[in-house]
Design a protein around this ligand. Structure first.
Ligand code: FES
Length: 107
């Protein structure tokens, strides 16, 4: 499945993210600066904040856990209605074509 990230400088990066892999992991592996992912996906840093552009994909994404929900209140860029932590956006085939805006700043 493909994911497009809109970077803080408005450039777009398209990534192939394997099913079962998180958007955070794919983005950091690709060397994208906009996603920090300090805690390695442990839901303790909030530096992997993204905003899902299309509501339909927000609905298709894995459910927000209570811990993620709490962490989203401590992101450097204010939370938006479609905010997610990208380490929790684990890819499924259904999510092919997902577009996310990378939060700025992350720290
Ligand atoms: Fe730390 Fe997502 S990588 S909360």
């Amino acid at each position: 499945p493909k994911v497009t990230l809109i970077n803080p400088d408005d450039t777009r990066t398209e990534l192939e993210v394997a099913v079962g892999d998180s958007v955070m992991r794919a983005a950091t592996a690709a060397g994208l600066d906009g996603i920090v992912g300090d805690c390695g996906g442990g839901l303790s840093c909030s530096t992997c904040h993204v905003v899902i552009v299309d509501d339909a994909y927000f609905a298709k994404a894995p459910e927000i856990s209570p811990t993620e929900d709490q962490m989203l209140d401590f992101t450097a860029m204010d939370r938006e209605p479609n905010s997610r932590l990208s380490c929790q956006l684990v890819m499924t085939d259904e999510m092919d074509g997902l577009v996310v805006r990378v939060a700025d700043p992350q720290l």
